[in-house]
Design a protein around this ligand. Structure first.
Ligand SMILES: Nc1ncnc2c1ncn2[C@@H]1O[C@H](COP(=O)(O)OP(=O)(O)OP(=O)(O)O)[C@@H](O)[C@H]1O
Ligand SMILES: [Mg+2]
Length: 244
């Protein structure tokens, strides 16, 4: 599906005919193929698709953690396929907040230290205060001194979310951010992520296979077998009307 290329100074993410192909077992596996996607500041986008449809692959390309084998990926106007390693590093530090599907917390750091790490990388000066505040926003003030192995799966997920948000970067990428959370906590996290689009004007992309979660978005992009099947505006549902 081709989306009209309307790039302007609000455009944060722009993929053109982007693909990630793997040569494997004598054939080509197209984890992602012919993707055109433009996301502007302040958009709350859900990427919906079944397991194996290419959601994480797409997020990794946008987050500068992987490079496309086809087409282009641009973040804030910068073409990642032409960027140096130093430029990619700066981009990840100052433009991207990444919430990993598998959290990737540092086991030897406490919850607070994990969050502070996110602020340090982004070069924030008020790191400790900011980390305490964001940890409070994800409901974990009373777990600040716990190490990851002393936290439940859902608590670890919330630390990972706080670590990504503390940087205050304009692009927030969240891979199944509510996968480990009960309904009530999940809704709180979705509200927090929506707030980031409104107060900080960030573009937030959430990956999920859950259609209920997709209902909160301004826009729903559906992936299937590595391709965009549909890309449509959505009237966000009231969080109170969700069920999963
Ligand atoms: N390094 C790799 N080499 C070969 N194939 C890969 C590689 N990484 C991913 N794939 C394949 O690409 C496809 C898309 O994978 P991806 O991880 O993006 O799916 P996903 O939509 O995130 O799935 P899930 O919901 O299970 O997390 C899968 O079929 C996967 O097996
Ligand atoms: Mg995935």
């Amino acid at each position: 599906m081709t989306q009209e290329a309307v790039e302007d100074d609000q455009t944060l993410i722009d993929l053109r005919d982007a693909g990630r192909h793997y040569e494997i077992g004598g054939g080509t596996l197209k984890a992602l193929d012919q993707v055109d996607l433009t996301v502007r500041a302040g958009e709350f986008v859900v990427i919906l698709g079944p397991s194996g449809s290419g959601k994480t692959t797409l997020l990794n390309l946008i987050g500068a953690l992987d490079t496309p084998t086809e087409g282009t990926v641009r973040i804030g106007g910068q073409d990642l396929t032409e960027a140096s390693r130093a430029e990619l590093f700066a981009l990840r530090r100052h433009r991207i907040g990444f919430i990993f599907q598998s959290f990737n917390l540092f086991p030897g750091l406490t919850a607070l230290e994990n969050v502070q790490f996110g602020g340090n990388v982004a070069g924030r000066s008020d790191v400790r205060e900011a980390a305490i505040e964001v940890l409070g926003q994800v409901g974990l003030s009373d777990r600040a001194d716990h190490f990851p192995h002393e936290l439940s799966g859902g608590e670890q997920q919330r630390v990972a979310i706080a670590r990504a948000l503390v940087a205050g970067n304009p692009v927030v990428l969240a891979d199944e951010p509510t996968g480990e959370l009960d309904f009530h906590t999940g809704v709180q996290i979705l509200e927090l992520l929506r707030e980031v689009t409104q107060t900080a004007g960030a573009a937030v992309l959430i990956v999920t296979h859950n259609r209920q979660i997709a209902r909160v978005a301004d826009r729903i992009v559906e992936l299937s077998s590595g391709r965009i099947q549909s890309d449509r505006e959505n009237e966000p549902a009231d969080m109170a009307d969700l069920h999963w």
